[in-house]
Design a binder for this molecule. Structure first.
Ligand code: NAP
Length: 208
């Protein structure tokens, strides 16, 4: 598959903890794919997030398998265990560099939530990261994008168009809310794909 308007293949990397993956993530990735003309989107569940030490995060392989189940029906979507398998903390710059090695001559778009992008200035080698890929910040409804630009505008030694944003109404769904609902014994039906719902129930995730 290739986009018809640009000869350079474009690859999206959808980064997130995906604890669990839900329809907001899927609608967001598909929306960016369509809007930007991506040839494929590789979902990369975070292995060991450097910014969440000590937090109770679900086993990386459970999050990886839920992501595989959720994306199986979309021919444009793939899932990579690159961060799950890489020892140590998961840094986005390392992931993007690995993907560039696997797909030389492609244009890379790293897609993630706007709240995560807000902290991008604290990420490892951010200048290098912005020089090798575009960043797409997907936002929840009514998100104040100004916050993001305000924070970044003073440190723009990179072209401003390296960071794009897209509002995704389905991102009213959140992983935090889903975990809370499971913990409280409430329904999560229609918030995420059914196979993921079954996986959560079968493996008794988010009960404690
Ligand atoms: P997070 O802090 O768990 O999430 C922040 C917010 O963004 C949450 O509201 C979350 O909603 C949303 N979000 C996260 N990923 C999303 C996605 N792909 N699409 C839409 N919304 C998303 O963020 P995180 O998941 O740990 O990190 C996001 C990405 O940034 C990961 O790939 C991570 O590796 C990368 N990151 C890199 C560095 C670094 O290189 N130093 C540091 C921090 C983060 P949900 O909870 O509903 O997903």
């Amino acid at each position: 598959m290739s986009n018809s308007t640009n000869l350079t293949p474009k690859i999206g990397i959808m980064g997130g903890t995906f604890d669990p993956i839900h329809y907001g993530h899927l609608v967001g990735a598909e929306g960016v794919r369509d809007e930007v003309g991506l040839d494929q989107v590789i979902f990369v569940p975070t292995g060991r997030p450097p910014h969440k030490p000590g937090l109770n995060i679900t086993n990386p392989w459970d999050r990886y398998l839920m992501t595989v189940l959720a994306t199986a029906s979309n021919d444009y979507f793939q899932v990579s265990s690159i961060e799950v398998e890489r020892p140590g903390y998961s840094y986005t710059v390392d992931t993007v560099q690995s993907v560039i090695k696997m797909y030389p001559g492609t244009e890379i778009y790293f897609i993630t939530g706007a709240d995560a992008v807000l902290d991008i200035l604290t990420w490892k080698n951010v200048e290098l990261l912005l020089s090798i890929c575009h960043i797409v910040a997907v936002t929840r409804p009514n998100y104040e994008l100004d916050k993001l630009w305000e924070k970044l505008k003073n440190v723009l030694s990179f072209p401003q168009d390296r960071i794009l944003s897209m509002e995704v109404p389905a991102l009213a769904i959140s992983s935090t809310d889903i975990r809370k609902r499971v913990h409280e014994g409430r329904t999560i039906k229609y918030l995420l794909p059914e196979p993921v719902e079954h996986y959560i129930a079968k493996h008794k995730l988010y009960k404690n």
